[in-house]
Design a protein around this ligand. Structure first.
Ligand code: GRF
Length: 207
């Protein structure tokens, strides 16, 4: 379903915390840098996620579906209903801290994006920036990828690299990567909304 107003694709963003990638996406859309996208809803599994207020300030509808008192299946089903009830076509995970089941992934296959703070396939999982510093890599960065059933393993849409300096703490590196995350996510969403790509195996190729 497309937005009646102008054919824009309706995007839902899932967060759990700060929401800086969400605001970067919302601002990029508002500034016309993601043609063909409209942020329809920001949904959090944590009621106190700071990103919720940031979304409201931008005039975006928000919703909270808490994990507490729900099985994983019930939790995901409610999220799916909230998204589908608003005609959401594309889902962006932006610091959403709960693993999604194959059921959720199947519901949004090819329409579900995630951002991860490393150059995948290096350093999947939690604390990617610390993993990078401790491993001694000289270059790290971020990856926007389609989500499949594997952990941080789906086809890669875009990556941006940053240097890792001798003096870096994990927090220093995280801050440097975050600047690139905000650019990468908007670029990736613009590509996916344009539809000008094909997926060949694991490769996302621009048309
Ligand atoms: C980002 O580093 C993102 O790559 C990771 O979680 C963090 C979320 O930050 N998945 P924010 O909530 O978008 O500020």
């Amino acid at each position: 379903m497309s937005d009646e107003a102008g054919g824009a694709r309706r995007v839902g963003i899932l967060i759990s915390g700060r929401g800086s990638n969400m605001t970067a996406l919302a601002d990029a859309v508002a500034e016309g840098r993601v043609p063909g996208a409209r942020i329809r809803i920001v949904l959090s599994d944590r009621p106190r996620a700071a990103g919720l207020e940031a979304a409201r300030e931008r005039g975006i509808e928000t919703a909270v579906v808490e994990r507490r008192g729900r099985t994983r299946e019930e939790h995901e089903r409610e999220i799916i209903e909230a998204l589908q009830g608003r005609g959401v076509e594309l889902v962006c995970l932006a610091g959403y801290m709960r693993l999604l089941s194959p059921c959720f992934v199947g519901e949004f296959r090819g329409r579900l994006l995630n951002i991860h703070p490393s150059l995948l396939p290096a350093f999947p999982g939690l604390d990617a920036q610390r993993q990078a510093v401790e491993h001694g890599v000289r270059v790290s960065g971020c990856t926007v990828h389609f989500v499949d059933e594997t952990l941080d393993g789906g086809p890669i849409v875009t990556q941006r690299a940053v240097p890792v300096l001798d003096t870096d703490t994990p927090d220093d590196l995280a801050a440097r990567i975050l600047v690139e995350e905000h650019k990468a996510y908007a670029e990736a969403l613009a590509l996916v909304c344009s539809g000008a790509y094909e997926i060949h195996g694991r490769r996302v190729l621009k048309r």
